[in-house]
Design a protein around this ligand. Structure first.
Ligand code: KIV
Length: 282
């Protein structure tokens, strides 16, 4: 076994069938989902009870340092998706389709099949419920590619929406969200992400559709929660979004550890493990 081998999960991998039947179970647990972008974090998640890993295009923000997700390309998603698959073979893996890769029907079908196949994912996620997106969803689900929908704040449309804000706050927005959720269900999605949606409207959508809803900034009356792992662990210097309460502060921890290590470099040499390893190799 190489020192980089993944430890198998003891938890059974979720299937789309489990998810489609989720709401039939009166004592169902909340669905847990986190984003992930790299091999070693995927190895760690593989050993936990987490239900779903999403290789989100949020990697554009937290891994690649872009201003928004619009800059993320298909090839970039492929690199991170393959790494996560290698690290977490036992988890239900969803690949986010990046901006511009499903702007037309033919291109969308082709690119969804490509990302699903090359990353050996269990599903893909598309943003919005625009007519051509619904058509792509119907076609690819018929071809064996399960799809998760995503409505509310859809970051790839941030310019068209006019910024980041909560959805469902007025009647027109509420009605639109209810309509979109129903259209996505009809098109064949197995679950729907509800991002930044007023909590009562999120609850209403959850009661309306038979597939599970997975919320992010959409209150507690949903079927599951998804978060960006870098926000949950506070990996960066900035405050995570308001709806995310970090469970750790890895940015400070790492900074402190590296600062301490740098200080040891200026201490007089001692027979540390580092020195012994160097000796072995000389
Ligand atoms: O890209 C992403 O991380 C997402 C989640 C926030 C749902 O789409």
């Amino acid at each position: 076994m190489s020192s980089y081998s993944t430890i198998s999960s003891t938890v059974k991998k979720l299937t789309t069938r489990d998810l489609r039947n989720w709401k039939k179970n009166p004592i169902r647990p909340q669905i847990s989902a986190l984003t992930c972008y790299d091999f070693q974090t995927a190895q760690l998640l593989n050993e936990t009870n987490l239900d779903i890993i999403l290789v989100g295009d949020s990697l554009g923000n937290v891994i690649l340092g872009y201003d928004h997700t619009i800059s993320v390309e298909l090839g970039e998603m492929e690199i991170f998706g393959k790494a996560v698959r290698r690290g977490a073979p036992d988890k239900f893996l969803i690949m986010d389709m990046p901006f511009g890769t499903y702007a037309t029907f033919n291109q969308g079908v082709e690119n969804c099949l490509r990302l699903f196949q090359t990353c050996r994912a269990e599903a893909v996620k598309l943003e919005g419920a625009f007519p051509h997106v619904l058509e792509i969803i119907s076609r690819i689900t018929d071809s064996g590619v399960p799809v998760m929908g995503h409505i509310g704040l859809i970051p790839q449309s941030v310019h068209a929406l006019g910024g980041h804000y909560q959805h469902g706050k007025n009647e027109a927005s509420r009605e639109r969200l209810l309509r979109e959720a129903q259209s996505l269900e009809k098109a064949g999605v197995f679950a729907i992400v509800l991002e930044c949606i007023e909590k009562n409207v999120a609850a209403e959508i959850t009661a309306l559709v038979t597939v599970p809803t997975i919320g992010i900034g959409a209150g507690q009356s949903v079927d599951g929660q998804i978060l960006v792992i870098n926000d949950l662990l506070k990996m960066g210097p900035n405050r995570p979004p308001k709806f995310c309460q970090p469970v750790a502060d890895f940015y400070s921890l790492k900074k402190e550890a590296i600062t301490q290590y740098l200080e040891t470099l200026n201490l007089p040499p001692t027979p540390t493990i580092h020195n012994e390893i160097c000796h072995l190799h000389s």
